[in-house]
Design a binder for this molecule. Structure first.
Ligand code: FAD
Length: 275
């Protein structure tokens, strides 16, 4: 089974040390590739390429950049594409991103589908393009049907695969994949999986991105309060079971949102027999 890991580009020395410590342990799991997020509006304009370069050159990962177009210009995107091509990157995760607070202008692109179209037009087949999708619906979408329609447009613009927002309900994924297949989408749709390590942080992320924490999971996590070990154990059990169901149900792989740490992801992989 293919697994991949997502990192964010560290900015401080402490963040760099955290990521460096996680890398050898995660590398032992032989991921197909790793990806590095990009702050919309250019907030990680230098950090993302720098991190991708380090992961490729110093750690030997097939590292892929995320590219979010919100607030960006065609020229900026062109320069980044050139830089990534020179580094030897073959894969890009293409996104819209979210408008950072205080930023008023969308830039040259309104939606991720326009970015995908642009990359295909400018660089043709140079990159394998992954896009995002939302089994529990994107939080700004009016309804599930229009969100699916917009996803299909993005795939038709030239995406080779999709990675989902995280979710804890496997039925949401299976239904989304079924609907996409019925609508003629053939590209692999890889579940994005968030390990559970901390309840308050998970709640905050989930409120922002529209991922539902099932009541029974939330209640258990709440009851553990500050007992980090119990949260980790319970979280690893729940998420490993989710991954098992997804794999058994035909998911093409698993993309882990590692948050630059190894412990929780390793615990899930160990339960899946991957270590
Ligand atoms: P889009 O596909 O453009 O969709 C955004 C919204 O617009 C949706 O509601 C969609 O239904 C709607 N829409 C799309 N096209 C149209 C249209 N033609 N007309 C009307 N409505 C339309 N964010 C970052 O800033 N950096 C990252 O590195 C990053 N990595 C991510 C990785 C993954 C795997 C995922 C799932 C998300 C990631 N995000 C990242 C978050 C993402 O940028 C946000 O979820 C963002 O709000 C939407 O991005 P998108 O690419 O899905 O946008």
């Amino acid at each position: 089974m293919n697994i991949s890991f997502e990192f964010f580009p560290p900015k401080t020395d402490e963040q760099k040390a955290t990521l460096e410590a996680a890398l050898p342990k995660l590398k032992a799991l032989q991921p197909e590739y790793v990806s590095v997020t990009f702050g919309a509006g250019g907030s990680t304009l230098s950090y993302t390429p720098e991190t991708v370069r380090r992961l490729r050159d110093e750690h030997g990962f097939d590292a892929a950049p995320h590219l979010s177009c919100m607030g960006g210009t065609r020229d900026e995107i062109r320069k980044l594409l050139d830089e990534y091509k020179t580094m030897g990157c073959k894969r890009i995760v293409a996104l819209r991103g979210d408008l950072p607070s205080g930023m008023a202008s969308y830039g040259d692109f309104r939606y991720a589908s326009e970015l995908v179209e642009f990359i295909r037009k400018e660089r043709d087949g140079s990159f394998h393009i992954e896009v995002a999708c939302y089994p529990e619906m994107h939080p700004q979408a009016g309804d599930a049907q229009s969100d699916l329609k917009n996803f299909i447009t993005k795939v038709k613009a030239g995406a080779n695969g999709a990675i989902t927002q995280y979710f804890f309900n496997p039925d949401a994924y299976f239904r989304f994949v079924d609907d996409a297949r019925k609508a003629g989408v053939e590209v692999p749709i890889t579940p994005g999986i968030m390990p559970i390590t901390q309840y308050s942080q998970l709640r905050r992320f989930s409120d922002m991105c529209g991922a539902e924490i099932p009541r029974w999971i939330g209640k258990r996590l709440e009851a553990f309060r500050d007992d980090a070990d119990s949260i980790r154990e319970f979280g690893a059990d729940v998420v490993a079971e989710l991954c098992r169901k997804l794999i058994d149900g035909g998911a093409p792989g698993i993309h882990f949102y590692t948050l630059n740490r190894s412990k929780a992801t390793l615990a899930i992989c160990a339960r899946l027999g991957l270590s």
